[in-house]
Write a protein that binds this ligand. Structure first.
Ligand code: ZN
Length: 241
């Protein structure tokens, strides 16, 4: 039987780590791709190899399933500028109603590059951590955008392109819960210790939910999700007693 294969858009953040676990639980062979798009902080990219090495130890079958990692440079977002993620500027709300952490077209570029890589690797299934529930209304994270992009890429490559977004309709607490369901406490601990969510790339301040400045919107979302997840767990444990 032909082996099923997936390519995971893997940034080194919490969401993409959960997506990688999701793919490893479903596909026979999983490759990963990350993008160096001139992000101000290298912490996420630096976390990727540590996370990849550790993912191989979470479940015995993941060791053989997790295959090649690819890192692709994408210079366009930084050259276009205007985002707090690629330039040194304070995080603020923009006139368009989106925070200036929005990098216009970022996911569209990522998906295009990932689909092109998938074409070369003969992988039709892409997996990404886009989510329309919790984030700041980024239009390139929405379900309709992603599925329209899959259609456009499929037409443009004359191949099937399927984009799986397991986190699309769940909140951050449910993302932590999903990590626990797929990889147990070992995966939850790995995400706490090694994944990077913070917009400031802070690796010096350690909290229950991991490292981060604790102030930026990404830290706030991660912290609140973790708290809700832990509250739900302890309520469940009380009920089970
Ligand atoms: Zn932060």
């Amino acid at each position: 039987m032909t082996k099923t294969r997936a390519l995971v858009l893997f940034s080194g953040g919490q969401d993409s780590t959960v997506c990688l676990a999701w793919a490893l639980a479903r596909f026979d062979q999983v490759e990963t791709v990350g993008f160096d798009y001139g992000q101000r902080h290298a912490a996420e990219l630096a976390a990727r190899p540590r996370l990849l090495a550790a993912m191989r130890t979470i479940r015995s079958e993941w060791r053989s399933r997790l295959e090649e990692d690819h890192l692709i440079p994408l210079a366009a977002p930084r050259a276009i500028g205007g985002s707090a993620l690629t330039q040194s500027m304070a995080i603020a709300m923009g006139r368009d109603g989106l925070p200036n952490t929005f990098v216009p077209g970022r996911n569209l570029m990522f998906l295009t590059a990932a689909a092109a890589l998938g074409y070369r690797r003969e992988i039709a299934d892409l997996v990404g951590g886009m989510c329309e529930t919790d984030f700041s209304g980024y239009p390139d994270c929405r379900h309709d955008t992603i599925q329209a992009t899959a259609k456009a890429l499929g037409l443009g490559l004359a191949r099937d392109v399927r984009i799986h977004t397991p986190l699309m309709f769940i909140d951050k607490a449910a993302t932590w819960k999903l990590a626990g369901e797929i990889g147990g406490e070992a995966l939850v601990s790995l995400i706490v210790e090694e994944s990077v969510t913070c917009y400031e790339g802070d690796r010096t301040h350690r909290h229950d939910w991991g490292y981060g400045c604790g102030i930026c919107p990404a830290c706030d979302l991660r912290a609140r999700g973790f708290e809700k997840y832990r509250d739900t767990l302890s309520a469940k444990n009380r009920d089970d007693l």
